[in-house]
Every structure is written in C-alpha cells, then in structure tokens.
Ligand binder design. Structure first.
Ligand code: SF4
Length: 529
C-alpha cells in the first residue's frame, strides 16, 4: 500500500469517498483531475479560513489609506489583524492605518436589537479621529444572520461625510473557504474604485495584482521593476492604496502574482479597459527571470529588454556566492508545502533550484484551475456554494478603453510563449510521485508527516504548530514567521538562509511528539487498564 492509500485507508467509507478525490499522487502520462473548492467535511479540522478572512484579511485589509471597519465580534477583527504581516508605510499622499484594528465589537444586545446604530457610531468616530478618504466595512457571520443592512449604512455615510464608503457582505459562512471572500472583494474594488481616478497615463506602466507585501515582498518586486524602468501605477493590495488604485485603469499591463485571489480583477479589467494581463512569479530565480523577460517581451522595446537583462545579471551576481553555499547545504532535502491558492506553486521552482524535492503539496482554497491550469475552467461545474458568491459582468468603458497591442500582435506574443491570460497551474511544475492534497486537514498532516518524513514543512497559520510539535521544522508561508522578504533575487537568498537555519538547528532533535511517548487513548477492557 502506498502512502496515499495508507492515509486514506484510515477513514470511514463515507469520508474516504470524499477525500479520495482530493488526495492524489502525481503520475506520468495523462493530466490528472483533482476535486477542489468544495465544502470541507464537517468535524474535520480543516486548515482553511472563512470568507470574511479572504475579503478583509487578504484583499482589502492591506489597503493602507483605508479605514477597514469590521462589523462583528472582536474575535473576528483580531483574527485578521496583523496575522499576514502585509507591511505598509505612508508616503506623501497617503496615510497608513494598517496598524489599527477597527471593529464595532458587537455584543449580545447588538445581536438581539441590531448593530446598525453601532456601525454608524464607528464610522462617525473614525471620521473624527482619522479623517480617511475611504472607509470599507466588512460583515461577519452574526451580521449576516441578523440582517444588518451595511450597504444602506455605507451609502448614508458616503453622503454625509463626502468620502468613499464601501460595504462588503463577506460573512464568514459564505462559500467554502476564504476564496469566496477574495471574489467579493474583487467585485467591490472593481465596481467602486478602479477607474474613478483621473491621472495621466505614463509610459511602460503596470499594475501588480495579487502581491500582498508579506514581509516586504512587494517592495522588493517594485524595486526591481523600477530599476528596469517601469511605472508602477498600483499594487493590489500590499502597501497599496485607495488613492493609487483609483488610477489602475491607466496602466498598460497587469501582472498577476497570486492567481487565485485576484484573477477576477485581471479578467474584468481586460474586458472593461482593454488591459492585458500576464501571470508572473517573482519567487525563485528562474521564475523571476522568466517573468521579467515576459514583461519586456510584451512591451517589445529593445532598450527595455537590454535594461532587463542587465538588471537580471547584476541582481544574480549580488547573491551568487550566498546561493551557491545554501544550495550545497540544502541539496537532497525533502519538503512538504501547503499554503494558499497560488503560493504553494510559487515556491516549487525556488525549492527545485535549491535541490529540495517537494514530496507533498496542496492548496487550502485553490480551485481546479490553480492545480490543472486555466484550460479546465469551462469544464468546472458551478455548484450551489459558488453560486452564493456574486459574479459580476462588466462591459467596455468607452471613455477609458485602450489597447497596447493589436489583436495580431497579441496572438504573435502568445505564440512566442508570453503567458497572456494563461496559467498552467501547479501541475506544470510538480514532480512525478509527489502527493497532492487539496483542503489538507490536521489528521492527514500528522499521518503524512509520519510516513513521508519531510525535512521541512511550509505551512499555513493553523498547521504550523502541530508540525513543530512533531519535531519537524516549519516555515509559515502566510506570514513568513518574522522574516522576509522572500520575493525577488535578494528575497531568494533570505529564503535559502532561513530554511538552512531551520533544517540545521539541533533543537528539532530535542522535540518529541507527545503521541510517541504517551497513549492518546486510555480505556479499560474487562476491568484491566
Ligand atoms: S467564520 Fe464568522 S465568526 Fe469566524 S472569524 Fe469568520 S466571520 Fe468571524
């Protein structure tokens, strides 16, 4: 029996029937199908987050000049406050409110008698103390259950204070994971913010989508892009701002880093403003180089290409000695990686470059296209949970629509391999024999750790500690623990250093998982203990 079967074999037949579609082993030959973006089994300790976490915690939370009010209990607000380490700093035009946690702190009486009054008061206080240009309101489970009309309160406040006030009905129970919240956030930003600015278009201008500046990743990517000569109009949303996002429609090209959380905006901006998008990956040397060359190929300017090549050469040289050392330390190690909906894929090439084999991988909230590539989108069945998340349709904005290339040139670029509106998913880079688990849970984590014995486990927020308690080092890839950046050339060096330290520290030999020395079940049989 192989490892996959050994783990699944322990489930009851009902659970086995569900999980066998989500856990597969990569085989050579025909492309494999995986079940994804479906409900977690009740009672199973899933590592997923809720819809509100996806909307407020991931997409709109990092917008620095926005006062993000959580309408709900304080626990929900605390859950999305600072846990992703999306860094931000104020600049001359923007304030930075990201260090604050704004919440209506709903109590029992508010649940019984309604919380709209409290929400109005919270907006009033935010205006008096912080005077922001934009307020966003996120609703949580109890708000959805009692039916507070946050959209009416937002519309009223917008009129009263003359600023932008947006409401997001992203109650935690909607959809099957945080993925639904990403979609809801994308819809709101597209409907009410993008395209409302009046900045003049700049040469070689880009938006960076799905870059959340975890540990400073976005700053590192921007540094490289600016060195080459690009004008970054807006970053969505790490260190991003309402002020910049208003003018996102003036960009020539959208770069999509995290496919899962923001592909909706990329698609809608293509339809509404004619802006092309390409999938990039700024994690891992080969991926960064390829992404920079793809961007240069899109703009089709020999000078820009020459600058790109020069910057790549200089950045690579700067880290060459360090990378060679860490490669020698990490060669032959085995890793498990289980995060997000795109992040797992992003790290695979960097790990490969360092000589680390990825033997177990998966996504918390990925859809089938994040595994199998966008070509499968037309064949994905829309179930009731997906229908619960609004899918908006946009039309051409005649005043702001512009195309950088003719349709013929776009086809030529596609034929030359520039990934325009293309993403091949995790399957493109994962090695044969690796086990893929969608919506991984705590039981499977423990079982696979015992069977596969990885040298390091790249985890999400909830699973980090069970991994460490079992004696396996873990780096958290939602927040990078206390490190980063990991993006860009310098980030790759930071990553290599961190995982070398993690795997070589002797502390892991001193940790023994409790289940190795203590019985996990105690009972008696016929009077005997
Ligand atoms: S699931 Fe509901 S109650 Fe829990 S954090 Fe999310 S919104 Fe709050």
């Amino acid at each position: 029996m192989d490892s996959r079967d050994k783990v699944l074999d322990k489930y009851s037949s009902k659970i086995y029937k569900n999980r066998k579609e989500h856990v597969i082993e990569i085989e050579a030959g025909e492309p494999q199908v995986i079940a994804a973006d479906t409900r977690a089994i009740p009672g199973i300790m899933t590592n997923r987050g809720c819809c509100y976490a996806g909307c407020k915690g991931v997409v709109i939370g990092p917008l620095k000049d926005v006062v993000n009010i959580v309408h709900g209990p304080i626990g929900c607000a605390y859950y999305t406050w600072g846990t992703r380490r999306n860094k931000a700093k104020s600049d001359e035009n923007t304030k930075d409110f990201t260090q604050y946690s704004f919440c209506t702190d709903m109590q029992e009486t508010d649940i019984v008698f309604g919380g709209e009054k409290k929400l109005r008061q919270a907006i009033k206080e935010a205006m008096e103390i912080f005077n922001p240009e934009c307020i966003m309101i996120s609703s949580t489970c109890p708000v959805g259950l009692i039916g507070d009309d946050i959209h009416a309160v937002a519309a009223e406040a917008e009129k009263q204070y003359g600023i932008k006030v947006l409401a997001f009905s992203c109650e935690g129970y909607k959809g099957v994971s945080q993925s639904g919240g990403h979609h809801i956030a994308n819809n709101g930003l597209m409907k009410y913010i993008i395209g409302t600015g009046d900045a003049e278009p700049q040469k070689y201008s880009i938006n960076l989508l799905g870059e959340y500046n975890i540990g400073g990743d976005g700053w590192e990517v921007e540094r490289i892009l600016k060195r080459i000569g690009y004008h970054v109009v807006s970053v969505m949303t790490g260190d991003g701002s309402y002020d910049h996002m208003k003018n996102a429609h003036t960009a020539d090209l959208n770069l999509v880093q995290c496919h899962r959380s923001i592909n909706y905006i990329a698609e809608m901006m293509k339809t509404k403003y004619g802006i092309d998008w390409i999938k990039v990956n700024f994690i891992g040397l080969e991926s960064i180089k390829q992404s920079l060359l793809d961007i240069a190929a899109y703009f089709n300017d020999p000078e820009l290409l020459a600058r790109t090549e020069a910057v790549i050469a200089e950045e690579e040289e700067e880290i060459a000695v360090g990378m060679a050392y860490y490669k020698s330390m990490l060669d032959g190690k085995k890793a498990a990686i289980y995060v997000g909906g795109s992040r797992t894929h992003h790290y695979i090439n960097l790990l490969k470059y360092l000589g680390v084999d990825v033997i177990l991988a998966g996504y918390e909230f990925g859809h089938r296209d994040d595994y199998e590539g966008r070509d499968v989108i037309p064949s994905i069945k829309i179930d009731a949970d997906s229908k619960n998340i609004e899918s908006i349709t946009v039309t051409k904005d005649e005043a702001n629509y512009k195309t950088f290339h003719t349709p013929e040139k776009i086809e030529a670029l596609k034929a030359a391999g520039v990934p325009l509106e293309k993403y091949d998913g995790l399957w493109a880079d994962i090695a044969e024999g690796a086990i893929i688990t969608d919506d991984f849970n705590h039981f499977e984590t423990e079982e696979f750790l015992k069977l596969l014995k990885p040298d390091i486990f790249f985890s999400g927020i909830k699973d980090k500690f069970i991994v460490q308690k079992s004696g396996v080092p873990s780096r958290q890839l939602h927040s990078y623990d206390y490190s980063g950046p990991y993006a860009g050339f310098r980030g790759a060096l930071n990553f290599a250093k961190d995982i070398t330290m993690a795997t070589y520290t002797p502390v892991w030999n001193m940790v023994q998982a409790p289940w190795k020395s203590e019985p996990t079940l105690v009972g008696s049989l016929g009077g005997m203990e």
